[in-house]
Design a protein around this ligand. Sequence first.
Ligand code: FCB
Length: 451
Amino acid sequence: MPTLPKFPAGFLWGASAAAFQTEGAARADGKGPSGWDAFAARGRIKDGADTDRATGFYERYAEDVGLLAGLGADAFRFSISWPRVVPDGRGPVNAAGLDFYDRLVDELCARGVAPAPTLYHWDTPLALEDAGGWLNRDTAFRFAEYVGVVAERLADRVPMWITINEPAEVTLLGYAIDVHAPGKRLFFDALPAAHHQLLAHGLAVGALRAAGAGGIGVALSHSQVLPAADTEADRAAAELYDTLTNWMFSDPILTGTHPDGALAARLPGPVADDLATIAAPLDWYGVNYYAPMLVGAPGTRSANGRSGFGGVEVPAELPFVLHDIDGVEHTAFGWPVVPDGLRNALVGLADRYGDRLPPIHITENGCSYEGLDDQRRIAYLDGHLRALHRAITEGVDVRGYFTWSLTDNIEWAEGTRQRFGLVHVDYDTLARTPKASYHWYRDVIAAQHAE
Ligand code: FCB
């Protein structure tokens, strides 16, 4: 692989992970259950993976921090499990839970890796989920309380915070079409979940600032959305999908407005007041990117007959379908590999928001492939880093890149069958084995750090 072009000085090189996907220890040391624990217990993880054990990160974190140090990573994006810190989602704080993250942060700092915690990566405390989860406005306020507790403890050592991860996926997959926890099928009645997550984000920014935390960002998925065919019906379907998955989240956060009045009218609460909270200034903006989305009108089919994005079937109640993208490489998950989609998504953000767009970090990017000699992962990452570099050359201010993921982990409803790691995990022994991509990424980071 030819050497990558040089990224700007000070560019941050990192890797990402999340609590439910790695920690295990699901009921250890006072942790409360999450909506995802309950979803798994209902048999909703396709391969029945042992989510109570996951990759054993709770016990093995020092080993994984050693792997990060071995990579030469500048930063590690992990998530804090809300029910580990506040087991019932409200009320008493679990000191042992907070102590775990304190130890993890200390270990990272000792190894020269900056901690970049996400405060919500989908594991809502079950007690709150049972009370409506993100459909319930109160959840946003409970979240801000928990964020305050975490920030008071860790702000002295954490330079970079992520409030929430991908509220669009939680809304769509979790509340609208029953693919993820909490497993609701509300279609457009899921929209309050979007609004309350955004409110939670805005309140969390306030709680972080009140505790003296800096370096505050968020992690939103951004895909370039393309109409499947150049027809009015497909263009309309694609535009709606673009609004629902991209702009419904980024417009409120970055501009304090809603992209679509008709959709905004379906949102609960004092929406105008909430928007002022949601638009709290950020220090940076996180983009998760995997693939573009090809969207068609209901009843249309991909040229190859496959539905898009790893076979997610959009129920007929929704006014769009996802098409597969033909003629490109696909990952083991069936996601199309289109590196230019990353450049296009970033340039699209810069065009839409101009000066209102804070510096960007890529908070997730990666792919699922089998095997230790994962040359196809290397090709994916190489291609996306080149596309990212092009966007930077064209003027988009990107300051860092976190690959998804450090190790294989529980890929939500797909379980252990989708492997996104630079490091292989043997789920019988929990042994870690660096893949070819780990060594490749280590060399990339070393070359980029060299003068
Ligand atoms: C994102 C999630 C992350 C991981 C990747 C593959 O949507 O934020 O946890 O599962 O997809």
